[in-house]
Design a protein. Structure first.
Length: 476
């Protein structure tokens, strides 16, 4: 690529990031401005129906107003729509309606009707050893021996406070068990959240290096890797759009002598064990119509991570990560979104196990390069989509309980364009780093309740490699 084009792309990336960094802090008190140009309504009462499990306080916390507040008459529709949006984004309800009616004079009654989800999901576990479906289908030739299976219980809204409990047991190609619990909405203002997560994993196959832009594996009938992770976290949510998150934890990992022999830099210096502490701070802003599949709104996050807080830690790393997204409705049923992100960590020299760039998960992926990984200490990525709602309908699944048989489905067609760059000071034979990457394509998104999103895409990269890619996301 010409240097002039590189400069233009870098400037675009920089300007979008800077705009999003400062935008959340700019006051946009629309209600106050509208109040000066018209009358006001007094919230005389708030009435809630349908919350059999969810505590009323959890619903009231999301509204952005309370009984006795003054609301601008000119902006009442916008305010009630925002309240509905926030309740949808709790992932607690199948449907939400927020309406108002007059109580006489300037007083109004706000009526909220919700239909709660099914909150307990005992389910079988079926997972692939590979990082995505396309790799398993193409590179691993649909090998069923690479499948892990087990059982999990995913219990949302355990106590009615939107808390979340998961326990999972897995056997087969990999063996693991994990437990997670988080409890939000603590304190008088329901602004605090605490939680923890613990997992233990044993693997017979290990990705010990990256060669020719792909993962290189070694496998054995015996377990080659053991991994334990613990995290405890706290978050503070002063208003409905922003959250401050603090996490502390420890990771302990052990591999067989084979791994250290094949790649002495897996843990560094030929070591077979490693342990390190971690401290993470994250600021997030999310003002979108749907957190799971946003069509309108803005998102922004800033994360600072530190490994190596303790004297004997095996990793010394400081990482900065920034993401921002803009979601626009262009006209009826037609939407555009652009998401940019970047990450850098220092020092550049790190063990292979922490030397990660793009391609290791769907969020940090240049679509169309699903079969490749790009290792490095810094990356930049831009994803853009132009989409149109093709169908929106309800179907009935009689196997479900009566209250949940009606399943809403939306289908979108889209075109997409991605740009990515990964910096690697020692690339070896990995040729996709230290250069700008471009992909484009078209696809179909299928969206339903319980946060299920399925994506089918046909993508091309700049070398005209092409393929059909499938992704699925279920749950939070």
């Amino acid at each position: 690529m010409h240097n002039h084009t590189k400069v233009i792309l870098l400037k675009m990336f920089y300007r979008v990031i800077v705009a999003f960094m400062f935008w959340p802090f700019v006051s946009t008190n629309i209600g106050a401005q509208e109040a000066r140009s018209g009358g006001i309504f007094i919230v005389g009462d708030v009435h809630i129906e349908g919350n059999k499990k969810t505590k009323a306080g959890i619903i009231l916390r999301e509204l952005g107003f309370k009984k006795g507040d003054s609301l601008p008459q000119a902006g009442i529709g916008h305010i009630l729509q925002n309240a509905k949006q926030q309740l949808v984004n709790t992932s607690l309800f199948l449907s939400v309606s927020v309406d108002s009616s007059s109580l006489g004079s300037d007083s109004i009654l706000v009526k909220i009707i919700v239909k709660e989800r099914w909150y307990i999901f005992p389910a079988p576990v079926f997972s692939l050893a590979d990082r995505n479906f396309s790799v398993w289908w193409r590179q691993q030739k649909r090998d069923l021996g690479r499948v892990s299976y087990g059982f999990s219980v995913d219990w949302n809204n355990v106590t009615g406070h939107n808390d979340h409990f998961i326990v999972a047991l897995q056997t087969g190609y990999s063996k693991s068990w994990a437990v997670l619990y988080n409890r939000p909405n603590i304190g008088r203002g329901r602004q605090h959240e605490i939680g923890f997560r613990y997992s233990y994993t044993r693997d017979r196959e290990v990705n010990y290096a990256s060669m020719l832009n792909r993962k290189s594996f070694v496998s054995n009938n015996n377990f080659l890797r053991k991994l334990q992770e613990f995290r405890a976290y706290y978050s503070f949510r002063k208003n409905i759009y922003t959250r401050h998150y603090l996490s502390a934890g420890y990771t302990a990992e052990q591999v067989g002598d084979t791994i250290a022999s094949l790649n002495p830099e897996y843990f560094g210096s030929g070591k077979t064990t490693i342990g390190y502490s971690e401290l993470t701070y994250r600021f997030s802003y999310n003002n979108t119509n749907n957190v799971q599949y946003p069509l309108t709104g803005r998102v922004f996050s800033l994360e600072i991570l530190r490994n190596g807080l303790l004297p004997r830690d095996g990793i010394n790393l400081t990482q900065l990560k920034v993401d921002a997204g803009l979601f626009l409705k262009l006209f009826r049923k037609t939407y555009f979104n652009s998401v940019v992100g970047g990450k850098i960590f220092l020092p550049k020299q790190q063990p292979f196990v922490r030397f990660r760039g793009l391609g290791y998960n769907d969020k940090e992926l240049v679509r169309g390069l699903d079969e490749y990984v790009l290792d490095g200490n810094a990356y930049a990525i831009l994803k853009a989509n132009l989409k149109r709602e093709l169908l929106s309908f309800n179907t009935t699944i009689k196997l479900l309980p009566r209250s949940f048989r009606k399943v809403p489905i939306q289908i979108f067609v889209k075109s997409l364009f991605d740009v990515g760059y990964v910096n690697n000071h020692n690339p070896g034979n990995n040729t996709l780093v230290n250069r700008w990457l471009f992909t484009y394509g078209a696809g179909i998104d299928v969206v339903s309740y319980y946060d299920m999103n399925m994506t089918f895409e046909y993508n091309f990269n700049q070398w005209m490699e092409q393929g059909l890619f499938f992704r699925i996301k279920f749950g939070r």
